[in-house]
Design a protein around this ligand. Sequence first.
Ligand code: MG
Length: 379
Amino acid sequence: MTTAAILVAAGRGTRAGGVLPKQWRILAGRPVLAHTLAAFAALAAIDRIVLALHPDDMARAAPLLGDRITAVPGGATRDASVKAALESLVGQGVTRVLIHDGARPLVSAALIHRLLVALDTAAAAAPALPVTDALWRGAGGRVVGTVPRDGLYRAQTPQAFAFDAILAAHRAHPGGAADDVEVARAAGLDVTIVEGDDDNLKLTYPGDFDRAERILQGRQMDIRTGNGFDVHAFGPGDHVWLCGVRIAHPKGLVGHSDADVGMHALTDAIYGALAAGDIGRHFPPSDPQWKGAASEIFLAHATALMRARGFRLTNCDVTLMCERPKIGPHATEMQRELARILGVEEDRVSVKATTTERLGFTGREEGIAALATATLVGA
Ligand code: MG
């Protein structure tokens, strides 16, 4: 199953005020479209993201693009832009697609997941909220009638579809549709209504930006801390691996993998912050394929899981407990190696060491212990 998201951001709409089209206006420090993109990019369930842009904006979007994020020039109308983005995904094994307004930056992960669940049993699903206000018909500034609101919904995006079905529907549509649900229905697709989200507003008028800023400020930053602890015993050998660095030593460390006690503690700290168990759960020692494995595999896995859950590491701190080898001469290289695997700046990674004053098993040089703390922030 390959899931793509299309963010439609080709419009020139300036009803929201300002000289820039609304998807490029700055909201809480970055362009509206960057917020929208981040909401999708944070989710492991989204494999590909296509931005449908005005041809004049292709250069402006360059900093937003990456591995799974591409851009296509949109057309003169919304449905032409969506069609261009759909065509760009043809032949890439995409099975599901979410089509979203670039100017709805507050879309939540929960809403996206509701849509993906609905797609398990439907070819099309879209979010909406029941109309609760009374509806009037007006003319010349006066009420000239009321409209029954029963069965009326306010439509939102993302609208979610089986890829082949919505591609065929767009190819067959004459154009001029208000949204992709209209295109889908014209092709005879049944569209399941999924519960929308009041905060998922489409930025249209100047006041919408103020409301969006307030919602963003009100969202609690999700900060998580995890700790990890590990011990490996000394055995025969001529080197040890500590925090990804090979150090010559008259003894080795005994373990199923390369016994890198520092990297194991750090890996467990990240799993801990995610409430995702420990190394043993993800890499069972009973599984022979991890015998002698470089511990980088474990740390890289925890890092990938962290990103998939929408978190980034703000800092980590590893303490190695041993009399020997001396860690100080290697600490900078260890820091650099861990930062490389974690994909963060070196000043976010601390490696330090202590002896235990010749007390206990580390003091008797029977083994090495390591303690690590990691702090993650919701991206
Ligand atoms: Mg271990």
